[in-house]
Write a protein that binds this ligand. Structure first.
Ligand SMILES: Cc1cc2nc3c(=O)[nH]c(=O)nc-3n(C[C@H](O)[C@H](O)[C@H](O)COP(=O)(O)OP(=O)(O)OC[C@H]3O[C@@H](n4cnc5c(N)ncnc54)[C@H](O)[C@@H]3O)c2cc1C
Length: 618
């Protein structure tokens, strides 16, 4: 069958129309009035990404106009939560701009909760402000739709195109439409990858009939990492996966409960178990356990240890707060605005939090760069803040020229959340426009051959299926191909059992990681033979391939960092302590696109905030 090819030439190509992508499309238009801006989204931009269902709080707002917080405070906060390992230049840069983003959301009609007396946004916590956020995503999508020349929905980007005149320069991206099967070629002067994080690379707690019930969006498949990794961009902190403490089975958020309702946790005997694990944790991480607030991973650590020691189940004490009718309403609204499923789970399990304390759990690990962890691409920081090792010309540009990133894509800068991701999209787009204006994208050549070669690769799973199905004599097992779900389950078991998932209580070591890498390599070989019976399965096949590449990178990084930096996220059994003497540094990897081999290096972590004061004092 002759397959239709649709060709688009543009200046700025945004891959992924989530929070960062919509921010990028909006800002690209502001600086690039005459540029051609295209945004390509795998789902439908109105309801896509991690925020699709809505949010109840904007988790990153400084409140600088009221001197509630300054960017320095946020850097200190993120640094503390990540046990020291953040890119402070990136964090500061996001924080100094994030308030302006939130003020635009307010102007665009996002219902914000305000203190009637002061007019200030109502705080849920030091950084969070409360919203009625069911309409959050459609509102930011509208801004992107009004800004971009065109939004393409239902197109999955599978590969980046590279310039053939200058090495290591991007030339666009290719993908396919999941409804029509058409092949899309976007030749572009700059590409901003904003494709979200990665769920379902570790085996989830909910499998079989419950599959898809995860904390992180099940459709986030690691394209944000796989696309740059495949073309040799450097990555950072990919070992820094996140494990969440959430309400059991529904993964409902706990932030509003802790912060606004002042609920607390206890073990099955009604004890404060966190205190019990203080000495044990101090032995592992030293003075980090005395920091305030307690780093998220260390709170997880106490939860995991207590459960392993037989103190579970762990409960959230809601029965006290819910006696107050206002707090009871807030408690329920918190779910209805963003995780309706939790309310349904409680109804099905006969839990009324006014009378029964609901159970908590720790999730399977996810990989992301915008929430409380900072996995992602190694990018240039802003000119005025970044030390030489962190700066190569354009803010948020990866180590591939013309390739930018934002949101979950960008590593080293945690705690950006929805508002910070949108802000980072804006920063990346501004720099991408400057890159074009500086004539850095001149004479890019992407040949027809490069595009035709990708076309064959992208649609191969359909061919694998069409040919291979003739050999099936019964059931669905073919001698010649594996289905995307079979491949996914195999990937998840490898990651779960060897790389520190729930099967081992997040424990791994060099021997397990070595074996995991071997198994991942063989999986990669077999993925050449993945079969797709329709365009939806073709998407699943490419999601799986992106997940597998992301997983290899996560495993390589986990192997490289020979310490347990974040107990509660994962443990290196052979290096069970935090080791500041040798590992107070960032990890950076690069996969050679020709050989597929990874190389890793240590890069200094610069504590920019407070450094001046320290120097002055000494
Ligand atoms: C469960 C949960 C709760 C959260 N709660 C809050 C909260 O209360 N407050 C808050 O401020 N933040 C919250 N966050 C964080 C916030 O949602 C993220 O920080 C933010 O969405 C990250 O933006 P992003 O653009 O990087 O990713 P996303 O918003 O997830 O967008 C990624 C986009 O890329 C698309 N895409 C993926 N792959 C491809 C591909 N190959 N081709 C084309 N398109 C692709 C996806 O469909 C998606 O639209 C929460 C996140 C989660 C997961």
């Amino acid at each position: 069958m002759a397959r239709k090819t649709i060709l688009e030439d543009c200046d700025v190509l945004v891959v992924g129309g989530g929070m960062a992508g919509t921010g990028a499309a909006f800002e690209a238009r502001h600086w690039g009035r005459d540029l051609k801006i295209i945004c390509v989204e795998k789902a439908n931009i109105d309801r896509s990404g991690a925020v699709a269902q809505g949010l109840y709080a904007i988790n990153c707002y400084m409140g600088m106009q009221w001197d509630e917080n300054q960017p320095e405070d946020h850097v200190r906060y993120a640094r503390n939560d990540l046990m020291g390992m953040v890119r402070e230049d990136l964090g500061y840069d996001m924080a100094r701009h994030v308030d302006s983003t939130v003020h635009m959301f307010d102007e665009w009609g996002l219902p914000m909760m305000k203190n009637e007396k002061t007019g200030r946004y109502l705080r849920e916590g030091k950084w969070q402000i409360m919203i009625h956020g069911e309409s959050y995503k459609p509102i930011v999508a509208e801004a992107a739709k009004k800004s971009a020349d065109k939004i393409y929905n239902r197109i999955m980007i599978t590969h980046l195109l590279m310039d053939e005149t200058k090495e290591n320069r991007v030339g666009g991206a290719v993908g396919f439409n999941m409804r029509t099967g058409d092949y899309y070629v976007f030749r572009a002067k700059t590409v901003i990858v904003a494709a979200g994080g990665a769920s379902h690379i570790f085996k989830p707690r909910a499998v079989g009939e419950g599959m898809g019930r995860t904390w992180y969006a099940p459709w986030s498949n690691g394209s944000a990492y796989a696309l740059p990794i495949a073309v040799g961009a450097k990555m950072t902190q990919m070992e820094n996966r996140i494990v969440l403490c959430r309400f059991k089975d529904g993964y409902g958020p706990v932030g509003a409960y802790f912060l606004h309702l002042k609920t607390y946790t206890q073990n099955a005997n009604g004890e404060n178990y966190e205190k019990k694990w203080y000495d044990h944790t101090k032995e592992m991480v030293g003075e980090y356990i005395d920091h305030h607030p307690t780093p998220t991973c260390l709170r997880n650590h106490a939860f995991i240890q207590e459960t392993m020691a037989g103190g579970g189940p762990i409960h959230m004490v809601t029965t006290e707060a819910f006696q107050d009718p206002h707090l009871e309403t807030v408690g329920w609204e918190n779910f209805l605005g963003m995780t309706v499923g939790q309310a349904v789970v409680w109804a099905s399990q006969n839990i009324d939090p006014k009378y029964t304390n609901p159970e908590l759990t720790t999730s399977e690990p996810y990989v992301m760069g915008s929430h409380a962890t900072c996995s992602g691409a190694w990018v240039s920081g802003p000119e005025d803040l970044s030390p030489p090792e962190y700066f190569w010309g354009y803010n948020r540009m990866l180590t591939v020229e013309g390739l930018f990133g934002a949101g979950d894509t960008v590593g080293g800068s945690a705690h950006k959340f929805s508002s910070g991701s949108f802000t980072e999209g804006r920063l990346a787009a501004k720099a991408a426009v400057k890159y074009i204006e500086d004539e850095k994208a001149k004479d890019i050549k992407v040949s027809d051959k490069q595009c035709e070669d990708f076309k064959k690769i992208i649609f191969k799973p359909l061919e694998n299926y069409t040919v291979g199905r003739n050999e099936i004599t019964g059931g669905t097992v073919s001698p010649s191909y594996i289905s995307p779900i079979q491949g996914l389950q195999r990937l998840q078991r490898i990651m779960d059992e060897y790389v520190g998932g729930i099967a081992t209580n997040y424990m791994t070591n060099a021997n397990m990681l070595k074996r995991g890498l071997e198994l991942l390599e063989w999986l990669q070989e077999d993925l050449e033979n993945v079969g797709a019976e329709d365009y939806h399965q073709l998407m699943r096949a490419w999601e799986l391939k992106h997940r597998a590449l992301t997983s290899q990178c996560v495993t390589e990084h986990t192997m490289f960092r020979e310490e347990t930096r974040w107990p509660g996220y994962y443990y290196r059994g052979d290096h069970i302590k935090l080791d500041d003497d040798n590992w107070h540094c960032l990890t950076v990897s690069r996969r050679d696109p020709k050989t597929g081999k990874f190389t890793l290096e240590k890069v200094p972590v610069y504590h920019i905030v407070d450094e001046k004061e320290k120097k002055q004092a000494s």
